[in-house]
Design a protein around this ligand. Sequence first.
Ligand SMILES: *Cc1c(COP(=O)(O)O)cnc(C)c1O
Length: 384
Amino acid sequence: MSPRRFGFSTTAIHGIPRRRPDWTPVAPALVQSSTFTNPVGSEEEVLYGRYGNTPNQVSLAHKYALLEGADDAIFVSSGMGATALAHLAVLRPGDHLISSSWIYGGTRRLLDQELTRFGMDVTYVRPDQPRLWRRSVRKATRAVFVETPTNPTMRLVDLAPISQVATEFGLALLVDATFASPINFRPLEHGADVVITSATKYLNGHSDVVAGAVAGAASLVEEVSRLMRLWGQAIDPHTAWLVDRGLRTLALRMERHNANGLAVAQWAEEQPGITRVHYPGLPSHPEHAHALEVLDGFGGMVGLEIKGGIKAAERLLKRLKLITHAPSLAGVESLVSEPRLTSHAGMTPEARAAIGIPDGFIRLSCGVEDVEDIIGDLGQGLGK
Ligand SMILES: *Cc1c(COP(=O)(O)O)cnc(C)c1O
């Protein structure tokens, strides 16, 4: 891991601060060019957008690597693209993957429908039964995939026992930590080898870009980069520029997301119209003690079980004036969605209830608005 010489806010703004020559722009220049001149006869690698080696792509990747404490990082065109390439980088046909069963629906479909098509095999493990990690290791096992905090119940997966198994058997540990952002949780500090992030969420934070990133050892990032050049998921300079602009306020935004998430969760626990609140900052959360240990902030995502099920939840959603009903999350504006119709639509109500998502469950992404206004909107939505 490369040493982080500056704080998270400074790093998110400057990367590694450098003295500037006179008369240079303070804001990063957007270099919107797909190709670059190169010396005649040169055998050096050319600069080309699809290679991810043009100025905006490179500076963004360096900055993100510093935040994760990684050797290197690379941005691709979505969180799913990052997940796909990270897995393809560590698995070969015939290899076996152990995955947490608490994962994003899109990732589940990628593993079930696509990795299997490449002759890879997947075993799912419930993270609340940590002894199963070791028991699931086979001769062909090459990697373990985990998402933490989880969507939408905000459960935390303890990486310590998994990383122990991974080290013992020489497995790569891949962690999707989208819900935390590197401000709240850095998986590489807890034994992970690879961090996967949907930059669509907190990194960009303004609901106007779709992108993803992979961070880790230089050799791993090089392999992801090799795949990206062939499979074609590079981001364009403008996307890189926008994510970099979002990143500059990441630490600041996370402070407010964390504060708003906690305040809303604490308020919600007092409401008779809400039967259960899922938030790692609450003592009622099953991994609260672990959250206090490993997280630098609890985030802006809150799961709410509305009393009265689907009807009551829909009544609330229709009454909301500030909080917007839309999928996705982690932008400056508060968003709310029903996992039964979005991320977990493919499951039966019983199967959802079994993993802690009963009908009437709504997922709230607390934005960075004034918290009284978020709470006020929820309150009037509940008919108070
Ligand atoms: C949104 C999300 C993804 C997918 O990211 P996209 O940018 O939409 O492709 C993957 N994992 C988690 C945890 C997410 O929230």
